[in-house]
Design a protein. Structure first.
Length: 210
């Protein structure tokens, strides 16, 4: 381990980990990446963060266990394009995303075959939030301004996850501005770089620098 680098536990497909990785990349902060399998969480991660969710970052004796805390930590050190410029407007959007929308996203994504009615109810409730976002994007290219910021990066991985549950259905919905916004962010160099595949971390093996 390179002791000069923060240690960052991640799972590639986790939307919380995605937004943290994007912010670290944007801020130019290198970390020791420890890619994990959520069904086989390493003891080292559970020792520092018993709740067992990703991302988790250890830096300077501090443990950051929430993705938004990691994002704000990184932006507090380097924010070249002003992602925090509209933080007061961004935080309420993130709060709704991380609570109400996430609840309906999970209900839609993880409903069993015998729960189709509940699944569609959750999808409909999630759509209420998407309609609000689409209306915002009809007035501006990004959620709180004319360039990407904290809110865009915080919400995008969850809307991506919602879209890909049934991508054909999603593309057929009347969310043109939202779909264009999502397509643009998914096509960005930053997003594609942070979605590179890395080997699962094993103690004692060479460090992966991200």
């Amino acid at each position: 381990m390179n002791s000069n680098l923060p240690v960052f536990y991640s799972f590639r497909r986790c939307p919380y980990a995605m937004r943290a990785r994007m912010t670290l990349r944007y801020a130019g902060i290198q970390v020791e990446l420890r890619e994990v399998i959520l069904s086989d969480k390493p003891t080292d991660m559970l020792t520092v963060s018993p709740k067992g969710t990703v991302p988790v970052m250890m830096t300077d004796g501090e443990v950051l266990e929430e993705s938004l805390d990691i994002m704000l930590w990184a932006l507090g050190r380097n924010d070249p394009l002003g992602w925090l410029d509209n933080v007061e407007q961004a935080m309420p959007l993130i709060e709704v995303n991380d609570t109400e929308f996430k609840t309906h996203l999970d209900g839609y994504k993880y409903a069993g075959k015998e729960q189709q009615e509940a699944k569609l109810d959750h999808r409909s409730a999630a759509e209420d939030h998407l309609a609000v976002i689409n209306d915002r994007l009809a007035k501006r290219p990004f959620l709180v301004g004319d360039r990407p910021g904290l809110a865009d990066i915080a919400l995008m991985p969850f809307i991506r996850q919602f879209a890909y549950i049934d991508i054909d259905w999603f593309k057929a919905q009347p969310y043109e501005q939202l779909q264009d916004w999502l397509h643009g962010l998914l096509g960005s160099t930053m997003f594609n770089e942070v979605m590179n595949k890395y080997p699962v971390w094993k103690k004692g093996e060479p460090v992966t620098v991200f």
